[in-house]
Design a protein around this ligand. Structure first.
Ligand code: C5P
Length: 283
């Protein structure tokens, strides 16, 4: 096998609590991650000359700084041969959207090149490597809906309800460091047990970043206001995307049809196993 085409799914944070701040500035979280059957698509073609190319280049990002190229570079030392790859990216997930697009692309690259280069590093090692690229990469490598603690890397698989979601992107990019750096951010939510979070269920779930993001980004505030008039709505990650949960496909399409012009939106199904892992036949 010398080529593979694979999905890089979106994630949603079904709830997100910030329970503390570490000395290195990263925040301690408790969150529930779930995947969507909607995301980017990546195609990988093996090269025998150590080169890694990405097309199309992402605007504003130097290729070598892109998480996809950095993921490939992280794996190269594990091969005895000078292997590389031509990588094509079909981008659907917005940057700065809270859907984990960049992290998911990186995880898909780790799993694809591990397979194409015959490295057989295993998901645990790949998740450790992925953490060097970003706090959200490990969950995409592990591929199971999860209760996450630490900075988002301590993962316990969970089974969540799998409704339809409508996700709205209000057309702006949120800066995650700006949100986490805001003085007014809640950083002291008392930790709860996973059992309690699951028992409380979707009606009680909230995202501690939401008040700050509403203040800093009025566009996100508008989208939250509009969508919550139709169904219970939350922010994912630090935004900019907001989402609501619906029990039927018909309800989801009806909301999608009413989304305000200027915003982009999609509907997708929640999944407890990643479409990436399903495509690779891992589970
Ligand atoms: O790990 P990642 O690159 O996704 O994080 C982007 C930024 O978000 C970090 O530099 C940090 O400022 C902030 N962050 C944080 N706590 C986390 C995750 C991210 O403070 N658990």
């Amino acid at each position: 096998m010398t080529a593979l085409t694979l999905p890089a799914p979106a994630k949603l944070n079904r709830m997100l609590h910030i329970t503390g701040r570490r000395d290195d500035g990263y925040h301690e979280l408790q969150t529930l991650f779930q995947f969507l059957d909607h995301g980017d698509t990546l195609t990988f073609q093996v090269r025998e000359d150590n080169q890694v190319t990405l097309s199309p280049s992402l605007s504003g990002v130097v290729d070598e700084d892109n998480l996809i190229v950095r993921a490939a570079r992280l794996l190269q030392p594990y091969s005895q041969r000078p292997l590389g790859a031509d990588i094509q990216l079909q981008k659907r997930l917005p940057m700065g959207g809270g859907l984990g697009g960049g992290s998911s692309d990186a995880a898909t690259t780790l799993l694809a090149l591990d397979r194409l280069w015959g490295l057989e590093l295993g998901l645990e090692r790949l998740a450790e490597l992925g953490l060097q690229l970003g706090a959200d990469v490990p969950v995409f490598v592990r591929g199971r809906a999860a209760w996450a603690e630490g900075i988002g890397e301590r993962l316990t698989p969970v089974s969540l309800d799998t409704p339809w979601f409508v996700v709205i992107h209000p057309g702006i990019e949120v800066s995650t460091p700006r949100v986490f750096g805001a003085p007014q951010l809640t950083r002291n939510t008392p930790p709860i047990s996973m059992a309690r979070a699951l028992q409380e269920g979707p009606e009680a779930w909230r995202n501690d970043c939401e008040p700050v993001v509403r203040q800093l980004y009025p566009e996100v505030n508008d989208a939250l206001g509009w969508l919550s008039g139709l169904a219970p709505t939350l922010l994912t990650g630090t935004g900019a995307c907001v989402f609501c949960r619906l029990t039927s496909e018909d309800e989801a399409s009806s909301i999608l049809g009413r989304v305000r012009s200027g915003w982009t939106a999609f509907m997708a199904h929640g999944c407890n196993t990643s479409p990436l892992h399903q495509a690779l036949g891992l589970f």
